[in-house]
Design a protein around this ligand. Structure first.
Ligand code: NAP
Length: 279
């Protein structure tokens, strides 16, 4: 049994943050990130707190807008517009999910594409598909690609399988891998023989949200495995979509959960904010 490299997302993200802190010092203008948080979802509050702390550490100023659960679509829209018009704000992030009575798609598309650090507006998604690198790339796929390339720089001709086709992750991830000249398969809930599809993957990316769904026997020996899923187990601990224990000795390299993709998502958010400030 050959040994499996554990891809240390925490360390790679720390290196990226250090680099960004140096860039911010040299920039001459303080980058600003606005975070809009609607309602009382405890997980969202934790995510936002972590993002704001991470901003402070690299010298990015954060502008926080906490809105009540019952806020109207028009009120959130007005908040976005104010941030669009504020020259001290270079990036705008709306923490998802928002309460059901709000239309998150309509709100996201109000964000100035130049400040869309989540890369979710049509302009930025279109640029990604068109291969125009002037757009903002969504943070989690961007961070996942960095982790893959920390193991293997040249991905040309590799077969990449992405499980999941969400707008937030699966679709942009597939585009990024295609741009690296991978042969890309996107799998989803209607995919037949998922196990057989996964076994073809030189690069396997799982973003489903089902604990330990990908078994060790689904992994091609030596494959790079990126586990995006975050699942809470009965004992309260977090685990990914891949059975991490079973993957040992089969995968060539794998990201742990926690400590893999998660830290990279925040680091890439900071990276997009600094890039927006530079622009
Ligand atoms: P999502 O919008 O719920 O999408 C899940 C995808 O998985 C869908 O495309 C769905 O297919 C597919 N799927 C569901 N059941 C399946 C099955 N049995 N076999 C194959 N595919 C199946 O979720 P998401 O936003 O992409 O997030 C996915 C996971 O990543 C979640 O656990 C989330 O918490 C995590 N995540 C982590 C980070 C991070 O920073 N680490 C960031 C974002 C997301 P259909 O399209 O056919 O329904």
């Amino acid at each position: 049994m050959s040994s499996t490299q554990i891809i240390d997302g925490k360390a790679i993200a720390a290196g990226l943050r250090e680099d960004l802190a140096a860039q911010v010092t040299a920039l001459g203008v303080q980058p600003g990130l606005a975070v809009i948080l609607v309602g009382d979802d405890p997980a969202s509050h934790v995510y936002v707190r972590n993002k704001i702390k991470a901003c402070e550490k690299v010298g990015i100023k954060s502008f926080e807008s906490r809105l009540p659960e019952k806020v109207t679509q028009a009120e959130v829209a007005a908040e976005i517009k104010a941030f669009n018009d504020n020259p001290r704000v270079h990036g705008i992030l709306m923490q998802l999910p928002v309460p059901d009575h709000l239309n998150s798609d309509d709100l996201i598309h109000l964000i100035d594409p130049a400040k869309d650090v989540d890369g979710l507006t049509f302009i930025n998604m279109g640029k990604l598909v068109a291969g125009d690198d002037s757009g903002m790339v969504p943070c989690t796929p961007q961070g996942s690609l960095t982790l893959i390339k920390s193991v293997e720089e040249n991905l040309s001709g590799k077969h990449a399988v992405v499980i999941g086709r969400s707008l937030l992750f699966g679709k942009p991830m597939a585009q990024l891998l295609l741009a690296e000249n991978c042969t890309v398969t996107t799998a989803h809930s209607r995919t037949q023989n998922l196990e057989e599809v996964c076994k073809q993957a030189d690069i396997l990316v799982a973003a489903v949200g089902r604990a330990k769904m990908v078994k060790g026997s689904w992994i091609k020996p030596g494959a790079i495995v990126i586990d995006v899923g975050i699942n809470r187990q009965e004992d309260g601990k977090l685990c990914g979509d891949v059975d991490f224990t079973q993957a040992q000795g089969v995968a060539g390299a794998i990201t742990p959960v926690p400590g893999g993709v998660g830290p990279m998502t925040i680091a890439c958010l900071l990276k997009n904010t600094v890039a927006a400030a530079k622009a």
